[in-house]
Write a protein that binds this ligand. Sequence first.
Ligand code: KG4
Ligand code: ZN
Length: 334
Amino acid sequence: RKNTMILAVETSCDETAAAVIRNGDTIVSSIIASQMESHKRFGGVVPEIASRHHVEQITLIMEEAMTEADVTFADLDAIAVTEGPGLVGALLVGVNAAKAVAFAHDLPLIGVHHIAGHIYANHLVEPLTFPLMTLVVSGGHTELIYMKEHGSYELIGETRDDAVGEAYDKVARTIGLPYPGGPHIDKLAQTAEAEIDLPRAWLEEGSYDFSFSGLKSSVINTLHNARQKEKEIDPAVIAASFQEAVCDVLVTKTRRAAKEYGVKRLLVAGGVAANSGLRTALETAAEEDGLQLTIPPLPLCTDNAAMIGSAAHFLLEKEAFADDRLNGVPGLML
Ligand code: KG4
Ligand code: ZN
């Protein structure tokens, strides 16, 4: 198929998003309504509030995406939607909206895995080439995924406890920074040296899994002990030391995985891809190891519908369509 046009929808967490994507690699329009402000005072995403906002926004956002793209339903080849993983109530809003529109306009429906979407955000920057390795780092995921072709995902490592973004947000809260804390820690880390030696969980020899809860606890204990002894610790030094420990493990394991699997292409996906320390460390590693590295620009790293439309393009090619039984699956496997 040439010049396919897909309307994609994403509502798995706290952004209501819709986009029109041409040919899997071109963003015709991309609209994102963030609910961040509503969740901020609770220090995290409240599922019930998220669902309600999605219900209020979804129709408007889909219309806006169509209007901005200047297309009608007759121009579309398919409707795509994130089917999981995510918050069940949030997912259901997008899935039902997509189903309704697909049925009303007699268009094929495509269910997309949220992480596949994050990976395909890279295809919107530079066409994917295989085999490749992706480091997925977000608020809910920390994974190394090997791909030998479009639509083929081999999970070679994942976190055994906290996701990286989650660890960032928890450490930020301990330091007294607002939610989501990742970007705040990142900014603070750039103002100090990593003077505190924090633990790195390498796990068993050869393992590509991750663990961040020990590191997180170590930061909390370090702060707690200092407070008890009425000693001052510079939060910036804590932030820098934490960031260095995180990046050290992420980059070392990613490099090793790329080498062992013989890939020349490296992708980064998810919200933590915005992290300055991680970007710099990966850029250096890629240069040293002769890897072609893609890190999507910020608006494509965090949740959006454009990435869902890109992943959907390859499902459209295979005619991997969903039917009216498509459902929101909170724990969907890749
Ligand atoms: O991918 P994403 O937008 O949502 C999920 O699907 O989880 O990722 C959000 C996560 C949050 O935990 C946030 O603190 C983190 O990404 N994050 C960062 C940075 N920007 C966002 N973490 C570290 N450094 C950053 N610059
Ligand atoms: Zn995400």
